[in-house]
Design a binder for this molecule. Structure first.
Ligand code: GRF
Length: 205
C-alpha cells in the first residue's frame, strides 16, 4: 500500500509529534511526515522536526487558513494530524480534508472538551470535578470543537491526591500510544466512518 503523506500541526513542545516520529521509525505506520506546521514561531515541536530533517513551517495565526491549505497541498498531505494544535481550523480546510484530519484530546470525549478545554485546563476541570477515570481520545475532526467521530479512547485512573499536573503526565503517556495507533490504522486504510461511528476493520493477514 502506498505510503500516506502526513502533515502534523503543532503549537507546543511536540511530544505527540515525537511519538509519531518514533513510531514511524519503528515501522509501525505506513506513512511519512512530509511537513510540520506551527502557529507558534517558537514551538519546540518545530525544532524536533528540524532535528529529524522534516520540513517545518511557521504560519502566522492571522492569515492561517489560506497559507495552511497551500502548504498542505504543496506537501501532498493525505492526512492532517493535530498534535497539540491550538488554533481552530477554518470550515474551508475541514471540508477540503473531510475524514482526513485526526486530533488527539487529553480527556474521554465528550467529557471536558470543547471551547476553552485544552492543555492543563482539561485536567484541572477533571480533578476539580472529582472524576475517578479520565483518559485520551483520538478522533476525526469535524466543524465543531472536539466533536468529530471517535477513533480510539483509553482510560487512566484519577486519584484523590492528583493535581492537574500529575493527571496530565499520566494522560500524556496514553496519548503517545493512542495517536500513533490511530494514525497507523488510518494509513492502513482500516478506518471507516459511518455517521458518528468509526468502524475499525480487522488487520488483513
Ligand atoms: C498536551 O497537553 C496534549 O495533551 C495535547 O496537546 C498538548 C501538547 O502536547 N494533545 P505536545 O507535547 O505539544 O504534543
Amino acid at each position: 500500500m502506498r505510503k500516506i503523506g502526513i502533515a502534523v500541526l503543532v503549537s507546543g513542545g511536540g511530544t505527540n509529534l515525537q511519538a509519531l516520529i518514533d513510531s514511524i521509525q519503528k515501522g509501525e505506520i505506513n506513512g511519512e511526515i512530509v511537513i510540520v506546521i506551527s502557529d507558534r514561531e517558537n514551538a519546540y515541536a518545530l525544532e524536533r522536526a528540524r532535528k529529524h530533517g522534516i520540513k517545518s513551517v511557521y504560519i502566522h495565526r492571522n492569515n492561517c487558513t489560506e497559507n495552511l491549505i497551500s502548504e498542505l497541498k504543496e506537501a501532498n498531505a493525505g492526512l492532517v494530524v493535530l498534535a497539540g494544535f491550538l488554533s481552530i481550523l477554518d470550515r474551508e480546510l475541514i471540508k477540503a480534508y473531510e475524514g482526513r484530519i485526526i486530533n488527539i484530546h487529553p480527556s474521554l470525549i465528550p467529557a471536558f472538551c470543547g471551547k476553552g478545554f485544552y492543555g492543563e485546563r482539561v485536567h484541572k476541570a477533571a480533578v476539580e470535578y472529582g472524576v475517578k477515570i479520565s483518559g485520551a481520545t483520538a478522533h476525526f475532526v469535524d466543524e465543531g470543537t472536539d466533536s468529530g467521530p471517535v477513533i480510539l479512547q483509553e482510560t487512566v485512573p484519577v486519584y484523590a491526591d492528583d493535581t492537574a499536573e500529575t493527571l496530565a503526565a499520566r494522560v500524556l503517556k496514553v496519548e503517545h500510544r493512542l495517536l500513533p495507533e490511530a494514525v497507523g490504522l488510518f494509513c492502513e486504510g482500516r478506518l471507516r466512518i459511518e455517521g458518528r461511528k468509526v468502524i475499525i476493520a480487522e488487520k488483513e493477514v
